[in-house]
Design a protein around this ligand. Structure first.
Ligand SMILES: [Zn+2]
Length: 119
């Protein structure tokens, strides 16, 4: 029996506020799970995205369980920070956003700064 896999779907266009979907294939068969999504038998969100004519791309697929799925959900942008498709576009912004972190004053916590920069 295969181990569970956690996967990240990237939508070619934003659907309302959603750009990604994080899911888990408990039997490890991400391709079969993706086929179910595309057939409208997976999550309601992905079904709506497909119905809207937006392309759905499988961009990440790694061994992991529901704990990892939860952690991915909790990353900034519900997986956007992990997405290879979004990374190149974001890296140019990050280079600019990182400058204030290097010059941060004592007493400021990086997590607070990151939140402010991301807001
Ligand atoms: Zn993405």
């Amino acid at each position: 029996m295969s181990e569970p896999h956690v996967y990240l779907l990237h939508f070619a266009q934003r659907y309302h506020h959603a750009r990604h979907y994080v899911g888990v294939a408990l039997d490890g068969d991400v391709q079969r799970r993706l086929a179910e999504h595309l057939a409208g038998q997976g999550s309601p969100l992905v079904r709506a995205v497909v119905a809207a004519g937006i392309a759905v791309h499988l961009v990440l697929d790694v061994p992991g369980d529901r704990g990892l799925e939860r952690r991915w959900h909790n990353t900034h942008g519900h997986g956007a920070a992990l997405c290879p498709r979004c990374r190149s576009q974001r890296s140019s912004n990050l280079l600019q956003l990182r400058l204030p972190i290097r010059t941060r004053r004592a007493g400021r916590r990086p997590s607070t700064l990151l939140w402010r920069l991301a807001a």
